[in-house]
Design a protein around this ligand. Sequence first.
Ligand SMILES: *[C@@H]1O[C@H](CO)[C@@H](O)[C@H](O)[C@H]1NC(C)=O
Ligand SMILES: *[C@@H]1O[C@H](CO)[C@@H](O)[C@H](O)[C@H]1NC(C)=O
Ligand SMILES: *[C@@H]1O[C@H](CO)[C@@H](O)[C@H](O)[C@H]1NC(C)=O
Ligand SMILES: *[C@@H]1O[C@H](CO)[C@@H](O)[C@H](O)[C@H]1NC(C)=O
Length: 210
Amino acid sequence: MSDYDFSSSRNSCACHCVKIILSLGVLALILWLSLRTTKPKCSIGDVYVRGLDKSVNSNSNSSNTNRDNHISFQLNLKNEMKDKSVRYDDIKLNFYYGTNTSYPIGNYTFDGFKQGKDKEAFKSGMIETHNMPWDKAIKDVSNGSKAIIRVDVSSRIKYKITFWYTKKHNYFVENKIELDDNGKSSAQQISCCFRVFGLITTLFVLSFLL
Ligand SMILES: *[C@@H]1O[C@H](CO)[C@@H](O)[C@H](O)[C@H]1NC(C)=O
Ligand SMILES: *[C@@H]1O[C@H](CO)[C@@H](O)[C@H](O)[C@H]1NC(C)=O
Ligand SMILES: *[C@@H]1O[C@H](CO)[C@@H](O)[C@H](O)[C@H]1NC(C)=O
Ligand SMILES: *[C@@H]1O[C@H](CO)[C@@H](O)[C@H](O)[C@H]1NC(C)=O
């Protein structure tokens, strides 16, 4: 009798443990799915550099005194998540001539904003360049090849998961813009350097909750 009771309670205990482990596993999976985040996509489009437009500058000399030194552009941010909105702090854009950061030519800042689920935002801006290496740029586009402008987009973002916000994450995207001798960006070539935060955050939260 006592033997029977003993084995029965052992069995039910083991059974219980398996159930707990299974439900924790399912809970972890559900949490992981609902806490998983995707960084917003970013690109720079509609770029126009009047100073490189040959139809405007055809009769100007290599002296760059009268060259228009503005760059107009459009920032595109896209939140592809269907169940989470994104809150951006101020969005800073750093412009450089070429692919590295050796020639900074200007900055621009967009105010932070909230972007709803599955939404896309287009924001237009214009900078007045400083120390733009015009001679180099004109030489770069003169034989039909491209001048390259690099735009680093950075911000701090947080995600809204049903009722609460996550902690802030660094957001950084490096854009490469190729300009032709019309001063326009042709096929946009975007290289995005997303850092993987989502999974790490999720694991952190899980280790906290379980
Ligand atoms: C360019 O400059 C040269 C001398 O520096 C001058 O002779 C010429 O007329 C100028 N051309 C134009 C289109 O301004
Ligand atoms: C940046 O690129 C230019 C040519 O594109 C090169 O001359 C320069 O050394 C580079 N600077 C750095 C810090 O890599
Ligand atoms: C652009 O911003 C950087 C820092 O983000 C700063 O060092 C630099 O001086 C700024 N350049 C201009 C032209 O304002
Ligand atoms: C244009 O000139 C650059 C150097 O200034 C050179 O690297 C490139 O190959 C040239 N492209 C053409 C199409 O001639």
